[in-house]
Design a protein around this ligand. Structure first.
Ligand code: GLU
Length: 484
């Protein structure tokens, strides 16, 4: 049997990391089984629709490499893939259920429902619609519809018995039918509810596995009843644990968290590769020591059995660690592209510099990337490469410059610089040995004063790289301004 999964976001305008994890797990289940991954847009709640929201979904998934095999933009055998374009379809199924006595028209006004809800709540009971419209006679019904009275279509949930389904992650879920309400299938505007539309679409699109957030666990028995009423087989349900922000607070990562969308994370300089890797491990355990996975490696290692119902922690400390690994390991051209906006924003360079001095920038970025956990931090590391003057930044560096042999070392270094036109390999390879030979000064006493004099810092990137990046003229300028 072909495995078919779907990611079914509502177009809300942003992609919460929880949504991305759902997309990723559906993608992995499909790809692991050489199956099909579908993108479906659930826009039946038009109030929540925001302009440009589709583009956010497309862009985020594409940037992350989660390409879909069927979807609104590329079509497929089971289209359309946008729910608002499938409206008439849902209505037909709802009417079929009404005709078979499995659903009914409900004319209850909002006021009546509100009163009812209040009554239940006063008695500390969970509100369940009382089903009064179940009993409307055919004649009255026709008259009320004819008179244009607004109605919804509700599912006739059995009052007796239990509904059971086997969740792939949470195990057996059992509910008493008496606790389930008569679900609204079609709203008064003719639009289906999410509850109804997801069942119809999942069936019609041949979905075999549904992975989604565990907030849907308690609704799934209701969906199961609809599948049964329509005589359909239920797909496999894989509910995913809620993502927590960290293990200490137990706080749920919510849409209001500033780092909860992929865009927010990108804006701080988290790489998509790291975000995806981290999300894979948020609810899924590959078993074993390996933690760094490319998307392809995730596909190979993935199994539904590895998903656990607990422990889905999106831990910033771990994300930082993981992101640092990707910053060091990804291609330097890519890291340069991603770093440039931060460097421009901090005022170190202009847009023009970013193009004209790209080769130089690449070297700068490469020299410091080993220190970064996220790219926004880069501006705190590259300042040594900008500006004509440097000051020793702390007591340690001041002390180094106060050393007895410093004037001699710096003078020798300056002379060497003056003898060349620009930094080249011979110079870099030979300069320290030569100064050592000429002055007899070696090791720390030789390197440290030069490092501090040209960068202001006692620690930093590799010395040879610093020579290349700063270049002859700037080093001479800095030494001169320091009165050396
Ligand atoms: N449209 C739903 C949401 O965005 C999808 C739920 C599901 O996957 O069934 O939460």
């Amino acid at each position: 049997m072909e495995i078919r999964t779907r990611f079914a976001p509502s177009p809300t305008g942003f992609m919460h990391v929880g949504g991305v994890r759902t997309a990723l797990f559906n993608y992995l289940i499909a790809k692991k089984n050489k199956g099909t991954f579908i993108l479906r847009i659930e826009d039946t709640d038009q109030k929540r629709y925001t302009e440009g929201a589709l583009e956010v979904i497309y862009k985020t998934l594409k940037d992350l490499g989660l390409f879909w095999d069927e979807g609104p933009d590329i079509g497929g055998e089971y289209g359309p893939y946008v729910q608002s374009e499938r409206k008439s379809n849902y209505l037909e199924y709802a009417k079929k259920l009404v005709n078979e006595g499995k659903a009914y028209y409900c004319f209850c006004s909002n006021e009546r429902l509100e009163d009812l809800r209040e009554k239940y709540e006063k008695n500390n009971m969970t509100f369940v619609y009382d089903g009064i419209c179940r009993g409307i006679e055919k004649e009255e019904l026709e008259k009320r519809i004819e008179n244009g009275e607004p109605y919804v279509i509700r599912f006739k949930t059995p009052k007796l018995g239990t509904t059971v389904y086997e969740d792939e992650v949470y195990g057996k879920i059992i509910v008493k039918n008496s606790e389930l309400e008569d679900l609204i299938l079609v709203k008064s505007d003719g639009m289906p509810t999410y509850n109804f539309a997801n069942v119809i679409d999942d069936h019609e699109m041949g979905i075999t596995h549904i992975a989604r957030g565990n907030e849907y666990i308690s609704s799934t028995p209701k969906y199961k009843l609809i599948y049964e009423a329509l005589g359909w087989e239920t797909p496999k349900f894989i509910h995913l644990p809620i993502i927590k922000k960290n293990q200490f607070t137990n706080k749920k990562l919510s849409k209001r968290d500033s780092d909860a969308t992929v865009e927010d994370l990108n804006n701080s300089g988290y790489l998509n590769e790291a975000i995806l890797n981290m999300l894979a491990l948020t609810g899924w355990s590959p078993g074993g020591e390996k933690e760094i996975f490319s998307l392809q490696e995730m596909v190979e290692a993935f199994s539904i059995e590895g998903i656990s119902s607990g422990n889905a922690i999106f831990d910033t400390t771990k994300l930082n660690w993981m992101n640092g690994i990707y910053i060091r390991k990804e291609d330097i051209e890519y890291i340069t592209d991603l770093s440039i906006p931060f460097i421009i924003n901090a005022g170190f360079i202009t847009e023009v510099d970013a193009t004209e001095r790209r080769e130089w920038l690449k070297r700068v970025i490469n020299a410091v990337r080993g220190n970064l956990e996220y790219l926004a931090q880069i501006t705190g590391h590259i300042n040594i490469f900008f500006g004509d003057t440097v000051e020793p930044e702390d007591d340690e560096s001041k002390e180094i410059l106060a050393g007895e042999q410093v004037p001699e070392v710096l003078k020798a270094f300056k002379t060497k610089l003056e003898q060349i036109e620009e930094i080249n390999e011979d110079f870099v390879k030979g300069v320290f040995k030569e100064i050592q030979k000429e002055t007899g000064i070696k090791g720390k006493n030789l390197y440290m004063p030069i490092r501090v004099a040209i960068t202001g810092q006692a620690h930093g990137p590799e010395m040879n790289e610093i020579l290349y990046i700063l270049g002859r003229d700037l080093m001479l300028t800095r030494l001169g301004k320091m009165g050396r």
